[in-house]
Design a protein around this ligand. Structure first.
Ligand code: FES
Length: 425
């Protein structure tokens, strides 16, 4: 999860690799903690709880409190003169080793104590550009209704989409992509507009230099895209997308993040339904048969082919969910639900959530002003105010009404649902 979208005052529940976890800020240790999202008492989700005044994670069902090591600090129902049941091992919550790197909370998905210090030895993939002050970037996170194995199809195509979609009517052009050797830790790809790499198991990084002719700049203009694709459950994944650049840095100081997110959601929605269906077709035929099913004769598909080879070689062509799920995908909901933006993004994004609330409040204010203006015009007897003032009020009422209607449409399309019909694009 990007730290910028987490709230230190409230725990947040997430599903990752089929695990239900809660992320919360431990003010006593100044660190984000990742726990099993399950109270040891009667299994209530701790993500529905709160942080108490001592900075402990409190389950709201019966009030048990937990410290940053998962230790139970308080069982309100236990008599003070009785046995110290809160110190029993069974009163503790399982803790995942976690760390913050590049502004993202990472965790090791195993609570076995043998992995307690694993993150000192095995670090998440590091992106130097995200800690380089000469670059600017915005984080974007969205839950996606297709699986981890399909998502690379999306992000391997995104750079291509971004570079050439507007250059050709068909949205495509030949791209020469060459893959270096595929190994356990991923692979590197060289392409005409820059380089990229897949860092196994979940990160894709691509960088491109923008040709600008003669320029006074000492540094070349660089553009990068980071995609982190998180497996959630069969048919569901989470995408963290981070586009960045080392030019026009000032723009990000004035343009709020939610404005970028409208465009990024639009790009995701543009092929969301296609990829959702692709996954269904693939599952029907058996996911390890990808190479037999798909016809990929050009080099522009080289990265998707390489990813599929990597997945087949190192994971049998699919994710091993253990006994958490059966192999089937969830049914396809109505399109409005499938492409919903509010629950998959807005509610978890601090910038979009703020804009959503602010614009809705503005919409209501415009409606109130419009109705009040009409009422004043109607109530004012002839002669009490000038004709010019009456006309101004009437025009203001109309403008506010039209403005509120437009805003309502804008908010719905930007933050709830944007139907995407390729035939009319
Ligand atoms: S279920 Fe959490 S305190 Fe009872």
């Amino acid at each position: 999860m990007p730290v910028c979208d987490l709230d230190k005052r409230a725990p947040a529940g997430k599903k990752v690799m089929g695990l239900d976890v809660v992320v919360w800020w431990d003010k006593n240790e100044n660190a984000w903690k990742v726990f099993d999202d399950m109270c040891p008492h009667r299994l209530a989700p701790l993500s529905e709880g709160r942080i108490d005044q001592w900075g402990r994670l409190q389950c709201v069902y019966h009030g048990w409190c937990f410290g940053g090591s998962g230790d139970c600090k308080l069982i309100p129902q236990a008599p003070p003169d009785g046995p110290p049941v809160h110190t029993f091992k069974k009163a503790c919550v399982a803790v995942y080793p976690s760390t913050v790197q590049n502004g993202i909370v990472w965790f090791w998905p195993n609570t076995d104590p043998q992995y307690k210090d694993i993150l000192t030895k095995k670090k998440p993939p590091y992106i130097p550009e995200l800690d380089d002050p000469s670059f600017t970037y915005q984080m974007f996170c969205r839950d996606i209704p297709y699986g981890y194995a399909i998502s690379p199809t999306y992000y391997h195509g995104y750079g291509i989409f971004f570079m050439i979609k507007n250059l050709t009517l068909s949205g495509g052009a030949p791209i020469d992509i060459n893959i270096e050797k595929i190994h356990k830790n991923g692979f590197t790809a060289n392409q005409s507009y820059g380089g990229s790499k897949f860092v196994a198991p979940c990160m894709h990084f691509s960088v491109a230099e923008i040709p600008v002719g003669k320029s006074a700049r000492k540094q070349p203009r660089m553009l990068f895209f980071v995609f982190i694709c998180i497996p959630v459950s069969p048919g569901n994944s989470r995408l963290i997308f981070i586009p960045g650049r080392n030019f026009g840095v000032w723009i990000d100081r004035v343009v709020p993040r939610w404005m970028y997110h409208i465009g990024q959601n639009l790009v995701i929605d543009s092929d969301l339904y296609l990829l959702h269906i692709e996954e269904k077709k693939l599952m029907e035929a058996g996911p390890s048969n990808w190479q037999k099913l798909c016809f990929v004769p050009t080099k522009s598909d080289a990265k998707v082919v390489a990813f599929r080879k990597w997945l087949k070689k190192y994971s049998g062509g699919q994710i091993e969910w253990g006994n958490k799920f059966n192999a089937s995908l969830p049914p396809t909901p109505p399109r409005e639900q499938l492409m919903d933006r509010y629950w998959s993004h807005v509610v978890n994004c601090r910038s979009c959530n703020g804009a959503y609330k602010g614009l809705n409040a503005l919409k209501v204010a415009l409606q109130v002003f419009s109705v009040a203006s009409v009422a004043m015009v109607a109530a004012t007897k002839q002669g009490m105010i000038s004709v010019a003032a009456r006309n101004t009020l009437a025009v203001a009422a109309i403008l506010c009404f039209v403005g509120s209607k437009w805003l309502s449409h804008f908010v719905y399309k930007s933050f709830n649902y944007h139907g995407y019909n390729h035939a009319f694009k």
